[in-house]
Design a protein around this ligand. Structure first.
Ligand SMILES: Cc1ncc(COP(=O)(O)O)c(C=O)c1O
Length: 313
């Protein structure tokens, strides 16, 4: 889907016109992938709008930057305020928010020291990432996730998404909506842009972060919701074949939200319909995000913009 533009982008503390948020082709990031970024959603509420888990996302941006020795000249509070400012300036909700910190125009060597750090925050409308209510048809990718001592998976770095692109393109070319990658030891890791959850015999499983998975904020939200609903939850290494014999499998992610999976490598999961546990977790997740259920975990940051679409769970 083409990007729908908005009026302003936050750049290093100032709001600038969307068209002016440009980079020189010789910027470090363009040659060496030197960026860290976030993806956040702002949901419509019955009375206004709210950003979902804003401080947690911006803390992850700071953590990603720290891993890559990028010293961002902004505090957590300033970054969170930047998100609220750009959403309120553009007046567009529901929306997706894309903060990015990158190494800009300075030197051409691999060493990033001489290239300035730039921080941008954009927001724009973005609907469902994984289409269809009945569940996605996905495959196990022939590409593995990065080995732990190569590109660190806890950093949400632009460079990681070259691997994600290989996973996603292979899946699409072969007629699937998404691919699930294994780690270098053959254990389930994650989708190209989502964490994976499995339900079997009433227990909820997800791979631990050590299996080269991103520490998804939605993953954490689902673990919290599941515990709150009294479900048995375990983070443990999962062999590929457990996916085929699972009762339910679903993706989580800011873009993907909670998305049921209908088949993996054409093996039908359960009865091929979104399962009860997936539905209960999704109801609670969307209920909180859309302000239709109590914000019992303190996940919402209000913004002063009225949603342009009706609020539904
Ligand atoms: C590779 C990868 N894994 C997992 C996720 C899910 O993370 P989150 O729930 O924080 O969006 C994402 C999305 O950001 C991702 O790109």
């Amino acid at each position: 889907m083409p990007i729908q533009t908005t009026a302003k982008i936050w750049h290093n503390g100032n709001l600038i016109p969307w068209e002016d948020a440009t980079l020189h082709v010789m910027s470090h990031v363009i040659h060496y992938g030197s960026s860290v970024f976030e993806g956040i959603r702002c949901y419509g509420q019955p009375h206004g709008s709210a950003v979902f888990r804003l401080p947690e996302h911006m803390q992850r941006l700071l953590d990603s930057a720290k891993i890559y020795r990028m010293e961002l000249p902004f505090t957590l509070e300033e970054l969170c305020a930047g998100v609220v400012d750009v959403i309120e300036a553009n007046g567009v909700t529901p929306c997706y928010i894309r903060p990015i910190a990158l190494r800009g125009y300075g030197e051409i060597g691999v060493s990033p020291k001489g290239s300035p750090i730039e921080v941008y925050i954009a927001n724009f409308p973005w609907g469902k990432y994984i289409a269809g209510h009945g569940g996605a048809d996905v495959c196990i990718s022939s590409w593995n996730r990065m080995a732990p001592n190569t590109l660190p998976s806890l950093a949400k770095a632009g460079a990681n998404y070259m691997n994600s692109q290989l996973i996603h393109m292979e899946a699409e070319i072969n007629g699937y909506q998404e691919g699930i990658a294994l780690d270098v030891n053959g254990l389930v890791s994650e989708g190209s842009g989502e964490n994976v959850f499995v339900v079997r015999n009433g227990v909820l499983y997800t791979p631990p972060l050590a299996n080269s998975a991103l520490s998804g904020i939605t993953r954490d939200s689902v673990l919290t919701i599941a515990r709150h609903l009294g479900m048995a939850v375990t983070e443990q290494a999962l062999p590929r074949e457990l996916l085929y014999i699972a009762d339910e499998v679903f993706f989580t992610g800011t873009a993907a939200e909670v998305s049921p999976i209908r088949s993996i490598d054409r093996v039908v999961i359960g009865d091929g319909k979104p399962g009860e546990i997936t539905r209960n977790i999704a109801d609670e997740f969307f209920g909180i995000a859309n302000g239709l259920k109590p914000d019992r975990f303190g996940w919402l940051t209000p913004v002063k913009v009225n949603a342009i679409e009706p609020v539904t769970a």
